[in-house]
Design a protein around this ligand. Structure first.
Ligand code: NDP
Length: 332
């Protein structure tokens, strides 16, 4: 089977030459392991950080080794009690066609409950990030005005809709194209949205949120974060989920320059990692699953076909070519 290796550590924007698709023998599963043929894999922003050789909350990818990440596949050989050939599993052996996975790291998923790619997106890690980030980290409460950046992406589109469903007074989103802005307004029910490429974020946010905001869900950092600090009301909260505008920079950004406002406004700025919020998983699955079934929560996916296109999908996601979760589907 083929698998993707990182072969050089990117400086700034990754290049296709930093990666290689290599052939590897398909291994036999050992005791308590399954052999999985992958059907879908996830490309996520945090993977950019793992390409740097720095200590972080997830270990860096090793050069000339297969990369990994979220994937869903079909069990084709099993030495695990409770997992049979033909079962579908969510696991972490992505970036490759075949994966040997320890039984305790494979979660059985039902394609009858939700389409398989949903377990990587709207009902998966990004979905839980949105749910936990808004409800727990940002302490969202009914009546809050919420601003979310990256609002047409996997996490952001769910943040905005959950806020709306839970009684936000106003939901504002920013995204990188007019088409995405239209989607936020017409399909996801945002009250206001703007294209951050079309003018200063602070000015556009002021127009979109004349009465200020109570929560900022940050996916982007930099100029967005500065604009949000400027617009937050007293006792406002910021959930710092991601800062994608900075993942490929080689020099530290200037913004936010207005941090002193945190004092007078008594703002709370809190970083988050989705792994800390696993206890919300059942509640998330129940509540968001219900909204999807009832047609109250909408989602998009951008699906790129073929393992050979996985790096292009990853780079495309960093450039904003996705609407909703970026997924790679393997040839059947
Ligand atoms: P998305 O589906 O949102 O895809 C990334 C999007 O980022 C692109 O589509 C693009 O949309 C936008 N983007 C890229 N560059 C910029 C830029 N310079 N300024 C503004 N927007 C930009 O990805 P996810 O939903 O998976 O992740 C969203 C954020 O959440 C990321 O920051 C990620 O790191 C973070 N995250 C954090 C987790 C945690 O535990 N802390 C867990 C999961 C995700 P556009 O066209 O609008 O520019």
């Amino acid at each position: 089977g083929r698998e993707w290796h990182l072969i050089a550590r990117p400086e700034g924007w990754p290049k296709p030459e930093d990666f290689a698709l290599r052939e590897a023998p398909v291994a036999e599963p050992g005791p308590d392991q399954v052999l999985v043929r992958n059907l879908y894999m996830s490309v996520d922003p945090y993977m950019r950080g793992r390409m740097n050789d720095v200590k972080s909350y997830t270990p860096p990818f090793q050069l000339n080794q297969p990369m990994d990440g979220g994937a869903v596949g079909k069990v084709i050989a099993s030495n695990v009690d409770g997992l049979s050939v033909g079962d579908h599993v969510l696991h972490f052996g992505g970036w490759r066609e075949y994966a040997v996975v320890n039984g305790k790291n494979a979660v059985k998923v039902d394609p009858g409950t939700a389409p398989l790619p949903a377990y990587l997106g709207v009902l998966g890690m990004p979905g839980l990030t949105a749910y936990a980030g808004l409800l727990e980290v940002a302490s969202f409460k009914e009546g809050d005005a919420v601003f979310v950046s990256g609002a047409a992406g996997a996490v952001g589109s769910e943040v905005g809709q959950i806020a709306k469903l839970k009684g936000a007074s106003r939901v504002i989103g920013s995204a990188g194209s007019d088409e995405k802005v239209r989607l936020l307004l017409d399909e996801y029910g945002f009250d206001a949205a703007f294209n951050y490429k079309k003018g200063p974020v602070a000015e556009q946010l002021k127009e979109a949120a004349p009465d200020g905001i109570d929560v900022y869900f940050d996916n982007v950092g930099g100029e967005h974060l500065e604009a949000a600090i400027g617009r937050l009301n007293v006792h406002g909260r910021i959930a710092v989920c991601g800062m994608i505008s900075q993942y490929n920079v080689t020099e530290a950004p200037a913004a936010p320059r207005n941090l002193t406002l945190v004092i007078g406004k008594r703002l709370r700025i809190q970083g988050m990692l989705v792994a800390d919020h696993q206890h919300l998983q059942p509640q998330f699955f129940e509540e968001v699953g219900g909204w999807i079934r009832d047609g109250k929560l909408h989602y998009r996916e951008t699906v790129i076909k073929g393992v050979e296109n996985a790096v292009d999908a990853f780079l495309g996601m960093l450039r904003g070519e996705n609407t909703g979760k970026m997924i790679v589907a393997f040839e059947d």
